[in-house]
Design a protein around this ligand. Structure first.
Ligand code: MG
Length: 380
């Protein structure tokens, strides 16, 4: 063990943020309007070095920010403060055992431990996760504005910026609206890789017919058309179409992936740090998918650039995730991100930072500006 990693963790600070967004977004299971809420964790080591992590929640999908805040502050913190950073694996295991579910809170803790370790060791987080297999990750931007003209204008800007992938959020305003949008996008942008995500928006009676007609437009994949728990229906839909079917809400962590593989419900999986409970468990999901001959995509929640950084470093070190990522919110959805520098995107690709830790720090002034509530905790 190096002396540096023997440092104890002496600071554990939390912020519950509310961040304004530029437009409404309609998804199968719910709507986002006006703002998104995240919880930010800062760990401080004895030498003064800091590590940051984010819990990005969406209440109808993963859980609430209030639950993440309480999970971190009340149940996980006692397993973190005062312990040496070299014991990060034990800290993570003990803290995650202390509270069920709350995968976003667990993701925040593991991310902050990785960031802190990387900054002290002088290496990027991707190096701690296995090395850099992809230094740039193709970016997909989701289209979910109820005003499709606004989305068309967005697509024109994206294409001009070099973005080659979009994901149409479907199953919200009727099947006709979905077909019309697919037809228009196919006509206006024949070179674009267009994918479709229902976010569980279809009912069992309509799902097969809707999915078959959308599949006729040859989307890159169709994601989670029906409820997360409907594994049998997912399998039947997969068999009914000849474009890949992706699981998202059906697969949070490795345990779900095991069942998804056993029951043959999907051709690929959307891997998310927030669903899996941290970058390492996300890597495990991707590895299992690859072993079963399935593809993997880098999904996210409504995150800031901090959450995107955790995902970008994880994907950089995970060649099994080959379908790109959707880390667009920091640049295209938040009115203002919380990172001190813009989340790096160039010509339609996320550029993975090469500096120590996550590579970019949080701007304290922005935390204060958007904070609903914060606590500062120190080791005894
Ligand atoms: Mg999805």
């Amino acid at each position: 063990m190096t002396a540096d990693l023997a440092q104890r963790i002496i600071g554990f600070d939390l912020w519950h943020l509310s961040l304004p967004v530029v437009s409404r977004r309609d998804h199968g299971i719910g709507r986002v309007e006006a703002e998104v809420e995240v919880v930010v964790l800062r760990l401080t080591a004895e030498g003064g070095c800091e590590g940051w992590g984010e819990a990005a929640c969406w209440a109808p999908f993963t859980g609430s920010p209030e639950a993440s805040f309480a999970a971190l502050d009340r149940y996980m913190r006692p397993h973190v403060l005062g312990r040496p950073l070299a014991r990060a694996a034990d800290i993570t295991a003990d803290a995650c055992r202390a509270v069920a579910h709350c995968t976003e809170a667990k993701a925040a803790l593991e991310t902050a431990l990785l960031d802190l370790t990387g900054r002290i060791a002088g290496v990027p987080v991707w190096a701690l996760l296995g090395g850099c297999a992809q230094a740039e990750i193709p970016l997909s931007v989701s289209l979910a504005d109820p005003d499709f003209d606004a989305d068309l204008a967005l697509v024109a800007r994206l294409v001009a910026d070099g973005v080659g992938i979009v994901k149409l959020k479907a199953g919200v305003a009727g099947h006709r609206f979905d077909l019309d949008r697919m037809e228009r996008l196919r006509r206006d942008h024949p070179g674009l890789d267009i994918r479709v995500d229902y976010n569980q928006g279809l009912g069992p009676a309509e799902a097969a017919a809707c999915v078959r007609e959308v599949a006729a437009f040859r989307p890159g994949f169709i994601e989670q058309p029906v409820a997360a728990s409907q594994f049998g229906l997912m399998r039947r839909l997969r068999e009914a179409i000849d474009v890949p079917l992706l699981a998202d809400e059906s697969v949070f962590g490795p345990e779900d992936m095991l069942r998804a593989i056993a029951e043959g419900i999907c051709d690929g999986v959307s891997v998310k740090v927030m669903k899996a409970g941290g970058p390492r468990r996300a890597q495990a999901v991707a590895g299992m998918a690859a072993a079963a001959g399935l593809t993997a995509y880098g999904g996210d929640m409504f995150e800031t650039g901090l959450g995107h950084l955790a995902g970008a470093h994880m994907i950089a070190a995970t060649p099994a995730i080959s379908l790109g990522c959707e880390f667009y919110q920091a640049r295209h959805y938040l009115v203002e991100d919380i990172l001190a520098e813009p989340f790096p995107v160039r010509e339609g690709r996320v550029v993975v930072p090469q500096g120590p830790g996550l590579g970019i720090v949080v701007d304290p002034g922005r935390l204060a500006r958007y904070s609903l509530r914060s606590v500062t905790r120190e080791a005894a």
